[in-house]
Design a protein around this ligand. Sequence first.
Ligand SMILES: *Cc1c(COP(=O)(O)O)cnc(C)c1O
Length: 224
Amino acid sequence: MRSAAERWQVVCADVADECAKWGRDFHDVTLVVVTKFHPVSVIEELLNVGARHFGESRHQDAAPKADALEGRELTWHFVGQIQSNKARAIAKYASVIHSLDRDSVVDALATSEHRVDGFIELNLTDDPGRGGVQTADDMLRLAERILVAGTIDLQGVMAVAPQNADPGKAFAQVATMSEILRQAHPSATNISAGMSADWQQAIEHGATHLRIGSSITGNRPTPR
Ligand SMILES: *Cc1c(COP(=O)(O)O)cnc(C)c1O
């Protein structure tokens, strides 16, 4: 049985190998460990071996963890769907928000005194009920809104590969959307894509931020 710390080291080495394979610099890739539903002790274990970026998807779980680890050298990434009435509270601890998916969330962050880095979430499914924008036009409209908000540094695009689809194809689509965004916003160069099952394909297609949970933390406990 490996510990989370050991698995983290294995994944770091694997990511470095995969980057080398595609001629990419390992230092250009941020590995965010998604710790949702796991206790603070797992995060402490990972901090001890050098992990610094942690991702959470639910505010009610993330806020107490952020409190418990206040003052530690780490960066919180929020990766889950955001209720706009929680957005300001999330910005108090999260430095990076990967899931900007609609105007109301951006407008709520506009009133926050905490600046955040933000990714526009793309919805790669046909289901409009999923989080994220579905078209390039909607992406560019949301990017303009983010600019007007004045409190969000637009980083780029974020996506989850749809289930039962080829992640390589999905991430190629993400790369195309990223190019379109960069034409209008040249500094928004980042791509948040790739989870435990598909991060290799994400690196191949230019991901700069991997969001990896279970291959590091082990299986998630059932959410309460
Ligand atoms: C849970 C989650 C992840 C990590 O998923 P794993 O398959 O456990 O690596 C990444 N991104 C988002 C948005 C998530 O909700």
